[in-house]
Design a protein around this ligand. Structure first.
Ligand SMILES: Cc1ncc(COP(=O)(O)O)c(C=O)c1O
Length: 384
């Protein structure tokens, strides 16, 4: 059947996320996927039901339910001091869709997008799907995976159209400073580039309050902000995201969105509006829980031989460096899976700078985190 597939999709491999080891290892502890184990708040679930009983079972406005866009607009103002009108917001079917339609709308064939690595693995694929060219900028463990605007500037040329910024960062758990974000914004202004900010872990910033880069750009001339309810509200399965951008871009993005999915499911949008209106009740316990888990995993990792780990600053991912003599990272990951029945991801899945690292998603409870490290500690390769 491959003859029917167009060139750029011919060599697509099986997704790393579709491999399920739990049938092979019934006591598996899964640090693999970034899907929080906690359930969506009952208030949100109830609103989804109530909205349907109230008759909202129809198509919504393709740009998004106005009630949800108004809540997002209020939240950006109250939480980040960003003034955006509901007309400058598009509701999307997740952060993933948001990123794709932004790239689809802004990229002419061959235009380049700078992507700091390690990166959320879909970025380069989405750039290529939109006919663009990913240009990878490698961050370093020794510099706590921070980006250095002067280094990024060296990659800018006449084909550069955009830079993707993801802070707090998946997979490294790093958080960029306000000064760094301001510098990147100034650079975007200087070269007239767009910065696409994947602002989807906003509540999981453990040492400083998150401030989105779009707050430096009141007219939204160079910055786009993507938000998502997947992580901040543990709503991964609801597929609900949003874009805040200049009205001209929102119009074009609405066109792409409308012609692919038409509109986001209505019940999700009503539920999302309820969640955002009640974020001060819903989000703080999530923040506390994941922060505790991150520090627990960090303390346990520090005790292992052949492992170096940075103090976690954000998200629910830790990205330790693994240097076991005579073993590749793949072999270490396999050994942990086969002998300790703990699944985690080889850092190379997140780009070249991830080679030699593993990603641990602390999306299991503290007892399970302890159990996983009790097992890992017993492996010869990690004994001190
Ligand atoms: C940085 C980053 N962006 C986007 C996403 C996708 O989020 P969504 O569930 O909204 O598609 C993820 C999910 O892990 C992520 O880590």
């Amino acid at each position: 059947m491959k003859e029917f597939i167009q060139e750029k999709y011919k060599d697509i491999k099986e997704s790393i996320y579709s491999v399920d080891y739990s049938s092979k290892y019934p006591d598996l502890i899964n640090f693999g996927v970034g899907d929080p184990d906690l359930m969506t708040h009952e208030m949100i679930i109830k609103e989804a039901y109530d909205s349907q009983i109230a008759g909202h079972t129809h198509y919504e406005n393709p740009q998004g339910y106005l009630g949800l866009r108004e809540e997002i607009s209020k939240a950006y103002k109250e939480d980040f001091d960003v003034k955006c009108d509901p007309s400058e917001i598009l509701i999307t079917m997740s952060g993933t869709e948001a990123m794709y339609i932004i790239l689809e709308v802004i990229l002419n064939p061959g235009e380049e997008v700078i992507v700091p690595s390690p990166y959320f693995s879909v970025y380069p694929d989405q750039i290529k799907m939109a006919e663009g060219v990913p240009v990878i900028y490698e961050t370093k463990f020794e510099k706590e995976f921070n980006i250095e605007p002067r280094e990024i500037e060296k990659l800018i040329n006449e084909k550069t159209k955009a830079i993707i910024i993801n802070t707090p960062n998946n997979p490294t758990g790093s958080v960029y400073s306000d000064e760094t974000l301001k510098e990147v914004y100034e650079m975007a202004k200087k070269y007239n580039l767009i910065v696409i900010c994947d602002d989807i872990y906003t509540i999981y910033s453990y040492e400083s309050k998150f401030k989105p880069m779009i707050s430096y750009d009141p007219e939204f001339k160079n910055v786009i902000s993507i938000s998502s309810m997947s992580k901040d509200y543990v709503m991964t399965g609801w597929r609900l995201g949003a874009i805040v951008a200049h009205k001209d871009l929102i119009n074009a993005m609405t066109y792409v969105h409308e012609n692919t999915v038409y509109a986001v499911p209505t019940l999700c949008q009503y539920a999302g509006a309820m969640g955002i209106a009640n974020r001060k009740i819903i989000c703080p316990p999530l923040y506390e829980e994941y922060k505790e888990r991150m520090y627990l995993a960090y303390e346990r990792l520090k005790k292992l031989n052949h492992v170096e780990v940075l103090r976690p600053k954000g998200t629910f991912y830790i990205f330790p460096k693994i240097t076991v003599p005579d073993m590749t990272t793949d072999e270490v990951v396999r050994e942990i899976l086969e002998k300790a029945h703990v699944n985690l991801i080889n850092g190379s899945a997140f780009g070249p700078a991830g080679e030699g690292f593993i990603r641990i998603a602390v999306t299991v409870n503290k007892d399970k985190i302890n159990e996983a490290f009790d097992r890992i500690e017993k492996l010869d390769i990690f004994k001190k």
